[in-house]
Design a protein around this ligand. Structure first.
Ligand SMILES: [Zn+2]
Ligand SMILES: [Zn+2]
Length: 224
């Protein structure tokens, strides 16, 4: 996956060249402009334009949110021909078929909290009422780095998470070493031990007051 946003934008523009009909190029590029600083949006555009679901010219008019849970989005890409669903996080993307089929794997039905496959189908049938996907950097209720929603825990290793012991930045303070009595965390086991201590102490969920001014840091883990 391309790490830098300008690289992603360039790759999307390159991919658009061969698949977006000339007369719609400007509109397709307008959407890229909307999501120019948004990782999730760019991941979706790059995936769509690099691997078109069907082999015919097409372009995305609009992106809507079917659901979102803990930084994982189920998005509808509305194109000039179809509506496709994608599972997207800052970690990656998976194509999930057409919205019009109203189908999602059972584990995802559970994950997103639908009562049944039928309940999900009903949501898909009313896809025109779904909210438009807003670029994350503008949405103050979402952690700009790990995309936790206000009230949810950050992804462990998120640079925005605040340490419940010292009030500093959890990935930068020394509390993890002090609490574990270690000089370094060098195994998955030690990391898990720390997570247990952290949960006992009480992790601080995301809230908009935590928004940093350095929003472009990405969910990089210092624990590995
Ligand atoms: Zn976060
Ligand atoms: Zn600390």
């Amino acid at each position: 996956m391309l790490e830098e946003l300008p690289d992603k934008r360039k790759a999307i523009l390159d991919a658009m060249e061969s698949v977006v009909p000339e007369e719609f190029r400007a509109e397709a590029e307008d959407l890229l402009e909307v999501y120019r600083e948004d990782r999730i949006g760019l991941v979706l555009l790059l995936e769509f334009y690099s691997h078109l679901p069907e082999s015919r010219e097409d372009w995305i008019r609009e992106v809507r949110v079917i659901n979102r849970q803990r930084g994982i989005f189920l998005l509808a890409a509305i194109t000039s021909h179809e509506m496709y669903q994608y599972l997207v996080s800052s970690e990656g993307i998976e194509f999930q078929g057409r919205v019009t089929d109203g189908f999602l794997a059972d584990e995802l039905i559970d994950f997103f909290g639908y009562d049944s496959a039928e309940a999900f189908k009903a949501v898909c049938a009313a896809a025109d009422t779904l909210l438009v996907y807003e670029p994350l950097q503008l949405d103050e209720d979402i952690c700009p780095a790990c995309h936790a929603v206000a009230g949810e825990y950050h992804e462990l290793g998120c640079p925005v998470e605040i340490c419940p012991w010292c009030g500093g930045q959890l990935i930068h303070c020394d509390c993890r070493y002090e609490k574990l009595g270690l000089d370094a965390i060098s195994s998955e086991e030690e990391l898990q031990q720390f997570e247990v201590l952290l949960e006992e102490q009480g992790r601080l969920p995301y809230s908009r007051e935590q928004r940093p001014s350095f929003a472009d840091d990405g969910p990089n883990s210092v624990f590995d």
